[in-house]
Design a protein. Sequence first.
Length: 606
Amino acid sequence: MRKPPSQNILTTLELACISRQNKRSCFHSQPQFVQRLQGLKDLSSVLSSHSKLLKSGSLEESFSTNQLINAYVRFQEIENAHQLFDEMSEPNVVSWTSLMAGYVDAGCPGMALWLFTKMARCTVLPNAFTFSTIINACSVLADVNAGKKVHAQVEVYGYQCNLVVCCSLIDMYGKSNSLDAARRVFDSMIERNVVSWTSMVTGYTQNAQGYEALELFKVFTGISSNRPNHYMLASIVNACASLGRLAYGKATHAAVIKQKYETNDVIACALVDMYAKCGCIGYSLKVFRRNCRPSVIPYTCMIIGAAKHGLGILSLELFQEMLMRKIAPNRITFVGVLYACSHSGLVDEGLKHLNTMYKKHGVLPDAMHYNCVVDMLGRTGRLDEAYRLAKSIEVDQNQGALLWGALLSASRLHGRVDIAAEASNWLMESKQQVAAAYVTMSNTYAVAGTWDDVNSTRCEMKRAGVKKEPGCSWVEIKDAVFVFYAGDVSSCARGSKVLILLKELERKMKKRGYVAGSNGLVFVDVEEEAKEEIVSLHSERLALGFSLLSMPKGVTIRIMKNLRVCRDCHEAFKLISDIVHRDFVVRDVNRFHHFAHGSCSCCDFW
């Protein structure tokens, strides 16, 4: 969320008020210079005014100098601003704060912290804007410890109830993943404005606490006389996207239209992303097309959204359309393009775009792009090429986890135990995705039929205290969310009726040739009857059975899952969609699957 201007550069009115407090008379003594500095539109004008102030001797007056420092800061001439500051005999709080704000805006928050420490050793006392600026510096640095120290000084100087300072603290704690501290500041506020509410809502959304964000927004709309701004609405739309809350997302979209924010780029991107993540890619495209002059950001959102739905051709068409409109792609745009090629099997197109990224568009490929290419090659069975590429790339641990994780997954899919073993070892040694590495390696051995290796891997998992994340699926029905866990029928809503329905559907599927566990994805050595029971109780199947019982005919069923949908359930969902004449949309950890008339939008490639 962008800060209000008053939290960085002081306004003329604030400067005037502080100047009067310091008993300076220069607001009246230099009206022409002050008015000229306020209206300067380019750097040359600032330099000219600086020269005139020097000739007139007015730089001895702190108000004129502060105005000039602010002018330099506004044009990002931080060195000139600092030089002017150093020439002041007695810089006041406005001088210090302006220079700190300049360094924060220039991307040097560490320098702002150094100035704050230096100011503390002088006789100049910080004001609310000083604290707001330096808290912002801690936020940019993601240094919560420094932020806590500044917070302690805020209380010492009595600014703990100041609206601007509190908003900055909430934002800083939110960006540092310290939501409890942010909420304590929020709850302690005597007065709250839309910025403070937005900061708290955004903090929840950015830290994957979407439910808390939605609950707080409900409170805001119930008690606040303020209208939500576009930042708050964008955060709520993003929360709906992360949770898959389509109904709430549509209601928020209505609020966006009512407030006339729909053409705002931030809102438009959030809506495109929300509808895509809720399985409504058609709605995403409609929202996108309503924007008559989209920039690179909405295009990138739409490209990625289409890619996650397996619509690689649409993603590439949007990319070409973007180029025809002379809109320059950025690095994230190319991540979307390569992701689209990866999830649609468009290997040649993907390699072509990788090779032309820098030559044609000046975008240097980085680890994220190579991750997509390794994944793309691995999915299509070109494991040796993917392996050589992975070995040739220097990446940090986070990007390496994605790279080797993609290679491990592809190795399991194609039964390459040798590559899977090396990828798994890399992940375990770097302590990245350890549970996933153990599980996938065990599953790779199971596909190869080496059950002794499966058992030894699972024993090692137990010794290491590594636990597999349980499969979980959820559906939204009439604004209520129902959650299902693999194998947990006892806590499943309408559990007995769900089991009866699933058994009946399984009987009908068998008539069409379905055999449970025949895809080789039951990763324990058990009898066929046990295989059937294992896969029939996967979380997505329980969610599907409940939805079929609870939702009217003709309504598309939308299921969210925290893990990748297994091939056995994928095959079952295809058959069930034809048996019950119903459309299903399943969002798993990787992408979307649209099931209709016995087939899936992924064409069995994911």
